[in-house]
Design a protein around this ligand. Structure first.
Ligand SMILES: O=C(O)CCC(=O)C(=O)O
Ligand SMILES: [Fe+2]
Length: 326
């Protein structure tokens, strides 16, 4: 919950204004374009703080014209606003820092929710931009929670979901949409992705450590709800997902060369739109460590299978000044 005595957007803008940096909102619930900053590992403490505020307020932020970025500079920048994870819990990657995404991740998800320590943020840069299509869309799971009618709110606050990297996307996505490659080959992607089984029970409503805001934690790694039958889980999952992905809760970004997006992975889902034909499309991700989610009563998520400690540290971010403790 944002403390009404402090305008956090203004606080972020003020810090930025000192350095000639501007923030322009592009959607009511999420999304802002930040101009006037050159991203690197050398950004000042003020800039780093302002980016964290801008992210806390806007959930996904976009930077343009960052043509100087390389994998290394992107990683060093990431290390200024968080603690980078290794590339992925189970996938081989060209190096252990950068996740190369060829194709589009065309299913609504939050990154890496099958482990306990869900990343706090992802930093994504365009490397090969198709001549048309290939946008990424984000949805605010905070907005979706806030819009729930009382009976549904009561229901989800007591609900837990099993997230698994063994979940068969093929059941949910048409075969031609299975282009969500996190590695160079589709076959390697499918087999590599589930090499180690990770399974975690997460609360469906989690409390954001930096802002105190509640949001819905779902997305395509959900296998079932704890205590519900498969068909009941499917119906309830669709009901909640439909609320999350309502167009009014989303923002869509069409990539250009030199673009970089950062999203708060604790209160958003995203979807890569596979509408660019056979054209090459490549994005590169640096992922930042997060905390173990807690429900509205302070109960933390529970690991069922898989040890993610080699993937990521647990980064227990403190409440940001200006956001009320709840
Ligand atoms: O393909 C896309 O646009 C989304 C990529 C994605 O899911 C990710 O970087 O985590
Ligand atoms: Fe993703």
């Amino acid at each position: 919950m944002i403390d009404s005595t402090i305008d956090t957007t203004a606080a972020a803008s003020e810090i930025y204004a000192n350095g000639g940096v501007t923030i322009r909102k592009v959607g009511h619930h999420l999304g802002a374009v930040i101009d006037g900053v050159t991203l690197s590992g050398d950004i000042s403490g003020d800039t780093s703080l302002a980016i964290r505020y801008a992210l806390a307020v806007n959930k996904v932020i976009f930077f343009r014209g960052q043509h100087h970025l390389t994998d290394e500079i992107q990683y060093e920048f990431g290390a200024r606003i968080g603690i980078p994870t290794t590339a992925h819990p189970s996938l081989g990657a060209d190096d252990s820092k950068t996740l190369v995404l060829e194709g589009a991740a065309s299913g609504w998800h939050t990154d890496v929710t099958f482990v306990d320590r869900i990343p706090k943020a992802s930093v994504l840069r365009s490397v090969k931009v198709p001549p048309y299509g290939g946008a990424t869309t984000w949805a605010s799971t905070t907005a979706a929670y806030g819009q729930l009618p009382e009976p549904l709110r009561v229901l989800v606050e007591g609900l837990w979901a099993v997230h698994s990297n063994r979940f068969d996307y093929a059941a949910a996505l048409a075969p031609e949409k299975l282009s969500g490659n996190y590695s160079k080959s589709k076959r390697d992607f499918r087999s590599g992705f589930a090499k180690t089984t990770f399974e975690t029970e997460h609360p469906v409503v989690r409390v954001h450590p930096e802002t105190g805001e509640r949001s819905l934690l779902l997305g395509h790694f959900v296998r079932e709800f704890v205590g519900l039958k498969a068909d009941e889980s499917n119906v309830l999952y669709q009901l909640l997902q439909n609320r999350i992905t309502k167009l009014e809760n989303t923002v869509r970004w069409t990539w250009a060369d030199g673009d970089l997006a950062i999203w708060d992975n604790r209160n958003t889902q995203h979807y890569g739109v596979a509408d660019y034909g056979d054209h090459p499309r490549e994005l590169r991700r640096t992922t930042l460590a997060g905390d173990v989610p807690v429900d509205v009563h302070g109960q933390p998520s529970r690991v069922r299978s898989g040890d993610a400690s080699n993937y990521s540290v647990v980064d227990d971010a403190a409440r940001l000044p200006g956001f009320a403790s709840v």
